[in-house]
Design a protein around this ligand. Sequence first.
Ligand code: SD4
Length: 348
Amino acid sequence: MDRRKFLQIPIAAIPAFLASRAYGQEHTKFPVTSTMRMKGPVVVSTWDSGVTANNGAWPLLRKQGHALDAVEAAGRASELEPSCCVGLAAWPDRDGKVTLDACIMNGNGDIGAVSFLERIKHPVSVARAVMEKTPHVLLSGEGAQEFAAANGFKLESGELSEDARKQWAEWLKKSQYKPGINVEGRPTTILQFAPNYFDNGKPNHDTMGTVALDASGGLAGMVTTSGMAFKMRGRVGDSPIIGAGLFVDNEVGAATSSGVGEEVIRICGTHTVIEQMRFGRTPEQACREAIRRVVKRDLVKAKEFQVGFVALSKTGVIGAFAVQKGFTFTVTNEQYPEGKIFEAKSHF
Ligand code: SD4
């Protein structure tokens, strides 16, 4: 089934479309995300598998629930769904351990995060507990796990899923860490060294980033991930780093990222996006500026990796931009209650 849905170009957006071509967007398919203003509560998640996340969030948002509860529900839904591959069923690090990163942020500046967390089913909820129950903002590794256990989170077995075991065994044959680019709207950054990545013909790995606007105008966001597959043990990506993988400010908007986390951290990605919006750029312009900074460092290297940003303004405007084609995001609201998938414009 082709799950990509295409955005139509309103006539009013044609000047923007032409301007975007001047920027060199030969491959632009959907150049008008900056005109996507949504009415009322809305939830936006990275990638096609954002449908799963949004399905977790939307029932709450629809009933005037808070954005913070909605994004946590989005994270929990993703962490439970093996095809999202962000929880314990996801792929391991190079030592064969699944290590999870997550964060959550409220539009008033409350934040919580966990990194390098093992054997816990719902890292996003542990991140929320860090936010609500500790004086800290980020707990890592063993300490994060102890905190989770002390707060009632069950310690799971830590065994790899069958799929993860197979993929790890395959990867071990070459043991080459070489993040690739997502293919045709799919989320992976790991295709090149994982030939068996496809599940029934479809890649199934992802980082889930979600941002939401609730009925009372409150914003929140979360990210949950197993990080880059076959990473070094102890490696932490952008996802749990506030200002890198996620940033939210009720005065401006919310932004999240996916792709090679090191490149996002380098430019304080989502904070950059929100600050651009604060000074008047649309979400799409802001995401594009962040991508420009990612790419400019090494134009040759940039051809080989993916980074994508998606942002939601406090007035419900959605925009996105990516290094490569194929960065998709899912929007769910009253208009699209089952979720609609869009593809971001890209640098290459
Ligand atoms: C990371 N940003 O750990 C994550 C990976 C990712 O789709 O987004 N994968 O660097």
